[in-house]
Design a protein around this ligand. Structure first.
Ligand SMILES: [Zn+2]
Length: 259
């Protein structure tokens, strides 16, 4: 028996339970007699589970028993372990789709292991590629720096974040992103934790830091607001699934324990 993580684009197939909850289908064969154009991917989780991932060419229609929901929303619907497995399954499917042909010589790639493909002509090997990004919570006395990105659809405020560049350490990336986005210098950069971010294939690495010097100067191509906030005047915060929110919640707990 396997857990089946079945996607159409970014939507995951869920089984509706009698009590109103949803679950990941668990069966020997693919549920719903889905026509399979390809074999399912075997995905191995940190907890020892082996699950199957399948990419559909058409969505499954909503019924009394089944529905498809965006991956992001399943954080709030599924046990955390299943949400993580869904994210990994999605990253594998996305990788498979984007590694059909060898980027060196154009031949059709051949899958060798669940996470490795090899070009039969030139020997080029491809593994799922992860885009690494940093995110940093900056503290100044009893205040925290929160920013609003001009491309965010809602009015919440989050943290300074950005992609790691080639040849850069994570700490250098943190310093550079803060300088570029808000014009500040920071010190005491400390690792917080990391989080897979399967939208579509990222790793977010969280840090905390302290303000050192400078005035806020916005990078206007990216941000339209940034300011210092105390625990008493916080704006709308990011959703619970993000590491941004986990960093902010950590800071809120810290402030409360100090007061
Ligand atoms: Zn090749």
């Amino acid at each position: 028996m396997f857990s089946w993580f079945i996607f159409f684009e970014d939507k995951l197939l869920l089984h509706k339970e009698a009590d109103g909850r949803v679950s990941i289908p668990y069966s020997e064969q693919a549920p719903l007699m889905l026509g399979m154009r390809q074999n399912p991917h075997h995905v191995f989780m940190d907890d020892g589970r082996e699950v199957l991932a399948l990419n559909l060419t058409e969505p499954v229609e909503d019924t009394e028993e089944w529905e498809m929901r965006p991956l992001r929303s399943t954080y709030y619907l599924l046990p955390f372990g299943d949400y993580l497995a869904a994210g990994k399954a999605y990253e594998i499917i996305w990788w498979d789709k984007h590694s059909q042909y060898c980027p060196v010589c154009g031949s059709t790639m051949v899958q060798h292991t669940p996470i490795m493909k090899k070009c039969p002509k030139c020997g080029n090997e491809m593994f799922p590629q992860v885009s690494t990004a940093i995110i940093v919570l900056i503290m100044k006395g009893d205040e925290v720096l929160l920013v609003h990105n001009k491309y965010w659809k809602t009015q919440f405020h989050g943290l300074v974040a950005g992609f790691l560049e080639a040849g850069e350490t994570l700490e250098e990336c943190v310093r550079r992103e803060v300088k570029e986005e808000v014009g500040l210098r920071i010190k005491n950069i400390r690792y917080f934790k990391s989080q897979p971010w399967p939208y579509p294939s990222g790793l977010m690495v969280g840090f905390t830091a302290e303000y050192e010097s400078g005035e806020i100067k916005l990078q206007e191509e990216e941000l339209n607001h940034a300011d210092w906030f105390t625990i008493d005047n916080l704006p709308l915060l990011p959703q619970k699934l993000s590491i941004a929110r986990q960093l902010i919640d950590w800071w809120i707990r810290k402030q409360k324990s100090l007061s």
